[in-house]
Design a protein around this ligand. Structure first.
Ligand SMILES: [Zn+2]
Length: 240
């Protein structure tokens, strides 16, 4: 895809795609303008240009998947990707026209909360880098999902769809409510989504917490006592 283009902009939201784009750009000798955003903060730098480092020079190994905070869980203020995207476009223009001082070996940090920009100096190109070093060991693209241990999207989880008889339609749920069938309604979206709107009498336990908490999982596997009058039914509601 990228071989016909002179400058590549990385606006991806996951580690696997970042390594894929970095390696593609190094192998094809293309500059890579990298931007990222999370919550109120954004970052910008230029990789693989005029002797500067590549992404692998700075991050030879991917972080453990569970340490990566993604946008779907961490959230991002919509304006921040706009700011970083505009600055990426500016860097691309500077590279194409060969003017100015591109963000090589420097990282621009934008803090939208305080409205500040600052630079930090990055390491120079690593001569022992596995792809752009003097004796590279990576000479073609690899399996990036396997390398990173995560899928090329901002969700670590793979979709495991419920079978037809494990699901309930809106109409059937309404009927269940009208009949007064005892049940427990869990809304497993993130709190920010739950706060926007949710069904009455629902309980918010984000799926990210649910999967980590053995206590909650064992609680769900335990029939509820008669004392709480809720019965033993359990409905998990995952809305997007
Ligand atoms: Zn490198």
């Amino acid at each position: 895809i990228i071989k016909d283009y002179d400058v590549i902009l990385d606006a991806s939201d996951n580690v696997a795609t970042r390594y894929l784009l970095n390696d593609s750009c190094v192998l094809l000798k293309k500059p890579l303008v990298s931007g990222s955003a999370l919550r109120f903060e954004g970052q910008l730098t230029v990789y693989n240009y005029k002797g500067g480092p590549c992404y692998r020079c700075l991050f030879p190994c991917p972080p453990p998947p569970h340490c990566v905070t993604n946008c779907s869980e961490g959230g991002v203020v919509g304006v921040v990707p706009g700011v970083i995207g505009s600055l990426q476009a500016l860097e691309a223009m500077k590279i194409i026209t060969d003017i100015g001082d591109p963000m090589i070996s420097k990282l621009l940090l934008f803090d939208g909360f305080s409205g500040t920009f600052r630079h930090i100096k990055l390491r120079e190109r690593n001569p022992e880098c596995s792809i752009c070093g003097d004796d590279p060991t990576i000479k073609e693209l690899i399996d990036y999902e396997q390398f990173c241990g995560s899928k090329p999207n901002d969700k670590e989880r793979q979709k495991e769809l419920l079978t037809e008889n494990q699901r309930i339609s809106c109409a059937d749920y309404k009927a269940l409510l009208d009949e007064g069938v005892p049940h427990l309604l869990l809304d497993v979206r993130e709190p920010v989504e739950y706060d926007i709107c949710h069904l009455p009498h629902s309980h918010n336990i984000p799926l990210s917490q649910l999967q980590k908490s053995k206590d909650i999982l064992s609680l769900l596997n335990t029939p509820l006592s008669d004392d709480n009058k809720r019965g033993t039914g359990c409905i998990i509601c995952l809305l997007s």
